[in-house]
Design a protein around this ligand. Sequence first.
Ligand SMILES: Nc1ncnc2c1ncn2[C@@H]1O[C@H](COP(=O)(O)OP(=O)(O)OP(=O)(O)O)[C@@H](O)[C@H]1O
Ligand SMILES: [Mg+2]
Length: 255
Amino acid sequence: MIRLENINFAYRDEPVLQDVSFSVGPGETKVILGSSGSGKSTILKIILGLVRPQSGRVFIAGKDVTNAREGQLQKVRRKMGMVFQGGALFDSMTVGENIGYYLLEHTNRSLAGIEQAAREILDYLGLSQGLLDVLPDELSGGMQRRVAIGRAVAAENPQIMLYDEPTTGLDPISTLTITKLINKLRVEKGVSTIVVTHQITEAFEMADQFIVLHDGRIVFDGDTDGLLRCRQEYVREFLQPYLASVKSIPVGPTE
Ligand SMILES: Nc1ncnc2c1ncn2[C@@H]1O[C@H](COP(=O)(O)OP(=O)(O)OP(=O)(O)O)[C@@H](O)[C@H]1O
Ligand SMILES: [Mg+2]
């Protein structure tokens, strides 16, 4: 569904991605791990066609979109739902308007039809329909993220979902709700998924395919087992706090 081949990307003269290649199959979930500034969000922007690589190729659903024109890109983007870093919603629009935004802008559906669709999405998200007329800043951070996911999936049943740090800054319960929702979307709708996250425990709950990005280069690409066994220095360093915490979790009271 998604394939990047030898992508090089720089902002002006500052190299950000170097020789990045990977693919995500239909219904597969891949997590991108890496430090701040390593180029994770940039990869998602390249997949969406929001920025263009200086070299390399981008394939979406088998089509080479590297040099696609804006009109073609818009068609390709309709296959994709994106939850941006921070889960940004339009804060002057209600929850219902946020979720219905895509349908209002890009389809001929009636307002009643759009409201109905927004209600169904709220149901799917496990949120009350009473939230339809509420403004985002009246919601908790976790609810805002769920609405952001709702807005992304409202774009006519996407085949690809991209999430940029969907659980960062949330408490453990909200985090669990979001990871469950991401998994539900994959299982029930068979979407191909990329999740950018710093939270390794959540990463293991959502995916069995991982990329580790270090200074714009892929230093690991493989499954859970491979990741845990990987000897690459940066990967070890990145996983260290996680591995230490797993070892120190109490196993329950002993008699
Ligand atoms: N619009 C821009 N103009 C110039 N440089 C940029 C721009 N956006 C990002 N960068 C730089 O590109 C590099 C990669 O940024 P990117 O946002 O992809 O990192 P990231 O891995 O998503 O980081 P974080 O975990 O903090 O979100 C960083 O050094 C950043 O400063
Ligand atoms: Mg980022």
